[in-house]
Design a protein around this ligand. Structure first.
Ligand SMILES: Nc1ncnc2c1ncn2[C@@H]1O[C@H](COP(=O)(O)OP(=O)(O)OP(=O)(O)O)[C@@H](O)[C@H]1O
Length: 269
């Protein structure tokens, strides 16, 4: 099973003539010291669609996801080669302003991590750091992003309560609201519902389905039902490679590679 070469990747079979691509990786490789964890992954991410990254533990999903907005730069000894094309710019190059780039490509982590600040301040934190101090604009930003994250109705009467006082599902939607306050193009989510109960999971999923009207979403998930429910495209990761990529319904009904079929049907991983 380890013998797949890059030529085995079925991306080349994929008809992308009509696609508008929001971000795309080309031969992306990630090294932790001497260990190559991602082996030349080339994947397109279509605008206003949800793409799931699935695969067994250790297959490289999170490493790949974190590379897209260069979160791996924060880890000592990590090296990333290859291209990440965003609006005709390779954002993996040295001259890119990483903080500016992350305004366009935001991230939500596995565990809800609101700041120990009010709901209002959680959302306005980054916009203020980027120089927005107009109270009316900040108020509008808070309302819009909380509405988009489907949290507004529950918190609008007390925006000054602590972000830490929210339930897990609410806190994760606050983190989504915080990520979209900067109006990014692309939202990266690393197992955003894995720490949540089924009801909170379903509200987060509904939120993501609504958000794709305005954002391109890339999500790592271990939950096959979740990938099948919410995503338009799915990439199956195996040993640091994107072994198969296609429309989600094809990955789940007619995968081209046996390893994909085994994984989605629960035979390994
Ligand atoms: N900070 C790190 N330092 C060194 N090696 C790492 C680091 N993070 C991940 N790795 C290694 O990179 C490989 C891919 O790990 P990664 O966490 O990306 O996989 P994953 O598919 O997201 O797994 P999981 O589903 O368990 O989160 C693994 O071999 C892992 O041990």
């Amino acid at each position: 099973m380890d013998n797949y070469s890059l030529d085995d990747i079925f991306i080349r079979d994929f008809d992308r003539k009509t696609q508008e691509i929001a971000v795309e990786t080309e031969d992306l490789r990630v090294f932790y010291g001497d260990n190559e964890a991602i082996h030349g992954v080339s994947l397109p991410f279509e605008r206003y669609k949800i793409t799931s990254l699935i695969g067994a533990s250790g297959s490289g999903k999170s490493t790949f996801l974190r590379s897209i907005n260069r979160m791996n730069d924060n880890i000592d000894g990590t090296r990333v080669t290859g291209k990440i094309m965003y609006r005709d710019v390779d954002i993996n190059s040295d001259n890119v302003d990483i903080y500016e780039m992350r305004k366009h490509i935001g991230m939500v982590f596995q565990r809800p991590n609101p700041f120990a600040k009010s709901i209002y301040d959680n959302i306005t934190f980054a916009p203020k750091r980027f120089g927005e101090h107009d109270k009316q604009k900040l108020d509008e930003m808070v309302e819009t992003s909380l509405k988009q994250a489907a949290l507004w109705d529950q918190v609008k009467d007390d925006l000054h309560q602590s972000g830490l006082s929210l339930s897990g599902g609410q806190a994760q939607r606050l983190c989504i609201a915080r990520a979209i306050a900067m109006q990014p193009d692309i939202l990266l989510l690393d197992e955003p519902a894995s720490a949540l109960d089924p009801i909170s999971t379903s509200t987060v999923e509904e939120t993501l389905m609504t958000l794709k009207d305005q954002y391109t979403i890339i999500i790592v998930t271990h939950n096959m039902q979740q990938a099948a429910r919410i995503s338009d495209y799915t990439a199956f990761f195996y040993s640091g490679k994107a072994l198969e990529y296609d429309e989600t319904r094809k990955i789940f009904t007619r995968p081209k590679i046996k390893a994909t079929e085994d994984y989605v049907s629960g035979h390994f991983g």
